[in-house]
Write a protein that binds this ligand. Structure first.
Ligand SMILES: NC(=O)C1=CN([C@@H]2O[C@H](COP(=O)(O)OP(=O)(O)OC[C@H]3O[C@@H](n4cnc5c(N)ncnc54)[C@H](OP(=O)(O)O)[C@@H]3O)[C@@H](O)[C@H]2O)C=CC1
Ligand SMILES: CC(C)CCC[C@@H](C)[C@H]1CC[C@H]2C3=C(CC[C@]12C)[C@@]1(C)CCC(=O)C[C@@H]1CC3
Length: 345
């Protein structure tokens, strides 16, 4: 009788491993002695100890090849939040995640760690020290958030101790760090176009920004604590820097660190939000004739003008989580890593 080979617990796969968070995660896993299969729609680097599988996560057969002999899977692939392609979000984040779950079960994977987002509970109103038991957003602010909610529900529901398939979701917030393609590049581009002169609202709103290595640390802890008798099975965990900061202080520190002026003039939140909504509607109506992408989208304005910070008490208690890099150190390392984005470069 053929015996089924139990996959090695040091063999894992990172779906989305070519992306910003995914690549940092892959590097940490290699440091910790894992061998890693990366599954991604693109290959962005090469590293010893990493096997690349290029493909779309909606394709189960392609996934199955990457998951052969793998016991642990991290799923951190998603279309970029800035996209407004609803069909793409639904296909990748919802149907694609269903495919990931099916492929994991068929391949005999034992643990699935999803990168969700703290934004799954954000509707544009203040969240102060939000806990994981806040309800999912009833009116998600964009298609990204809407599909991240469905994705998280699917993964947590799939947790089945009897079948030996365990799942957990990590909810990071505002990830930043070296090689981030989003936060710093968009900020610098906006500054270079002379649009970072204004503070939306009174500038006192507190927000979480999380250094990428802390997010990676949360993922590794979750994976290593995910066992049949553990309280973490089927649960979501906030992972942040645990140092809420004024949104506009964080933006100013990054801008000034790169040689740009900090924003100074205040604009009322409701005025800017209304204008952003109007511009977004116009961009939808005019799309057949002209295509333009407003910088100040309703989502970005809401994020820039409200409080949204989250408690990581549950992660501290259940995972022993503690940030490994402070906000100050994270900002310094991030600024240093972008010489090409410095003023005048
Ligand atoms: N950045 C942030 O502030 C936050 C991010 N998150 C979550 O963290 C995760 C990682 O985000 P981040 O690293 O910033 O994003 P990236 O865009 O850098 O990484 C995502 C990777 O997934 C790939 N991908 C997209 N669609 C598919 C597909 N159909 N099949 C296979 N691979 C695909 C992307 O390729 P391509 O680039 O070609 O699309 C990219 O390489 C995401 O799930 C995101 O929702 C959560 C909270 C905050
Ligand atoms: C133009 C300026 C007002 C803002 C420039 C910076 C923004 C691009 C970023 C500030 C907060 C960021 C953020 C995300 C993306 C980049 C920002 C909007 C997310 C939406 C990424 C995906 C998530 O899951 C939640 C993040 C919240 C914070």
């Amino acid at each position: 009788m053929a015996t089924r080979v139990r996959p090695s617990s040091k063999r894992c796969a990172v779906i989305g491993g070519s992306g910003f968070l995914g690549r940092h995660l892959v590097e940490k896993l290699l440091d910790r002695g894992y061998s890693v299969s990366v599954f991604d729609i693109r290959q962005s680097y090469e590293l010893p100890g990493v096997t690349f599988h290029q493909g779309d996560l909606c394709n189960k057969q392609a996934l199955l090849l990457a998951l052969k002999d793998v016991s642990l899977v991290f799923h951190c692939a998603s279309p970029a939040p800035a996209s407004d392609d609803r069909a793409l979000f639904e296909r990748v984040n919802i149907q694609g995640t269903q495919t990931v779950i099916q492929a994991c079960i068929e391949a005999g994977v034992q643990k699935l760690v999803l990168t969700s987002s703290a934004s799954v509970v954000f509707e544009g109103a203040d969240i102060k020290n939000g806990r994981e038991d806040l309800p999912y957003a009833k009116n998600p602010i964009d298609y990204y958030t809407e599909t991240k909610i469905e994705q998280e529900k699917l993964v947590l529901k799939a947790c089945d101790k009897q079948k030996g398939f365990l799942t957990v979701a990590i909810r990071p917030h505002g990830i930043f760090g070296p090689r981030d393609p989003q936060l710093v590049p968009i900020l610098v581009d906006t500054a270079r176009r002379g649009k970072m002169k204004f503070i939306i609202g009174d500038g006192t709103n507190l927000v979480d920004f999380t250094f990428v290595e802390n997010v990676v640390h949360g993922h590794v802890l979750a994976a290593e604590h995910l066992k049949p008798d553990s309280p973490i099975c089927g649960k979501p965990y906030h992972i942040t820097n645990d140092e809420p900061v004024r949104f506009w202080d964080f933006m100013s520190d990054v801008l000034v660190g790169l040689g740009y002026a900090a924003p100074r003039y205040h604009l009322p939140y409701t005025l800017v939000y209304g204008l952003a909504l109007l511009l977004w509607l116009l961009s939808l109506i005019l799309r057949p004739l002209i295509s333009f992408k407003p910088t100040f989208t309703p989502m970005r304005v809401a994020l820039a003008g409200t409080h949204h910070y989250y408690s990581c008490k549950r992660a501290k208690e259940d995972l022993g989580y503690k940030p490994v890099v402070s906000l100050k150190e994270g900002i310094a390392r991030t600024v240093q890593s972008y010489p090409h984005l410095r003023h005048g470069a």
